[in-house]
Ligand binder design. Structure first.
Ligand code: AQP
Length: 331
């Protein structure tokens, strides 16, 4: 029997954060029961101004970090989005079935257009259409994402339903899969805001490439509150809840266990323990990413084979779409 298809991607907009990792760490596990396709979404990364050399380096480093997170490039299909032209082609076709009003309601568009007020380009606006194309191109059933991407997956589902209503059952309806713990890691500097790769505040984000000293420093500076008590209360103690979530991800302990471990202890004990646990979690990924970056031929071989495998599936979908929409065949 055909296993359910899983698809997800990560933008090449910098180094992977512990927030991204909280979501990405689940991807390798899905391969046991699903047919998984993962990619570095480098086309998505140009909605903000990028230097070509940064895009090139960060795309390659992100590819390496996905391998280092445990994604097996033989068991899964792993590739670079721009290597499969079908993503851009399908995005145009789906864009003609996506409403201006729908795109105007996207939280990420509102947030990023406020942050990049001098560069509110059409790509920033149509980003969710390209994401719908990424998903629908591969007959995807499950899209494992963080909480911030839920709205985009729901839009992909709406576009899918609209298209299928007009042309018949061409696409599989996707649904988001969101982890119970860690789907929204918050900024260490402002725990009411999501942790992001592109945050300009150097203390806001822990990167997988950070050294132990960096992690200790950032955790020490993390915004908490004045009640020195380790209790899970995201509404009243968002900074502590965020650190507890990170500790939980790193150790596998639940919030009740964590409260017991730190009972009667202040943040002077808790914060270094969180830093220690995070470092233990990411140290192997950090070392493996670095080793992979140094073996460019190995990375490029997997990029090439991953793109070829993805391309074969994408071409079939595009052919189907062209046919039902009435494009004249190139005989
Ligand atoms: N803070 C987060 N907590 C949990 N999951 C997160 N994700 C992102 N931030 C968090 C999830 O990571 C996957 C890859 O994200 P992305 O690179 O595609 O884009 P993003 O959601 O826009 O991530 P960033 O880090 O905030 O990037 P920038 O700064 O470039 O905008 C997704 O599944 C995402 O949900």
């Amino acid at each position: 029997m055909q296993k359910p298809r899983v698809f997800s991607g990560i933008q090449a907009t910098g180094r992977q954060t512990i927030g991204n990792f909280a979501t990405v760490r689940n991807w390798p596990l899905l391969a046991q029961t699903n047919d998984c396709i993962y990619c570095v979404v480098d086309l998505h990364a140009i909605t903000v101004t990028r230097k070509p050399e940064d895009l090139r380096r960060e795309s390659m480093e992100m590819f390496a970090s996905l391998l280092a997170c445990g994604i097996d490039p033989e068991e899964n299909i792993l590739f670079m989005q721009s290597h499969v032209a079908g993503h851009s082609q399908l995005a145009w076709l789906l864009g003609c079935h996506t409403m201006f009003g729908e795109l105007s309601r996207m939280h990420q568009f509102k947030d990023k257009s406020a942050r990049h007020a001098t560069n509110i380009n059409a790509g920033l606006f149509t980003y969710p259409v390209l994401m719908a194309a990424d998903i629908l191109l591969y007959d995807t059933k499950i899209v494992p994402v963080g909480h911030d991407q839920k709205q985009h997956v729901e839009l992909a589902r709406d576009v899918c339903q609209r298209f299928n209503t007009v042309y018949g059952p061409v696409f599989v309806e996707p649904e988001p899969q969101i982890a119970k713990v860690g789907a929204r890691i918050m900024s260490l500097a402002d725990p009411t805001k999501k942790m992001s790769k592109s945050d300009e505040n150097v203390n806001a984000t822990i990167f997988l490439s950070d050294s132990k000293d960096d992690i200790v420093r950032k955790c020490k500076k993390a915004v908490t509150d004045t009640e020195p008590c380790v209790r899970y209360d995201p509404d009243n103690k968002p900074g502590v809840a965020n650190l507890m979530t990170l500790y939980s991800i790193a150790t596998g302990k639940d919030f009740t266990e964590i409260e017991k471990i730190f009972e009667g202890q202040g943040y002077g004990v808790f914060k270094p323990a969180v830093a220690e646990a995070i470092d233990a979690l990411i140290a192997p990924v950090r070392a493996k990413t670095q080793a992979l970056i140094e073996d460019r031929a190995y990375l490029e071989a997997f990029m090439k084979s991953g793109a070829a495998r993805a391309e074969a599936i994408a071409q079939k979908t595009l052919q189907r779409v062209h046919e039902v929409m009435g494009f004249y065949e190139n005989r």
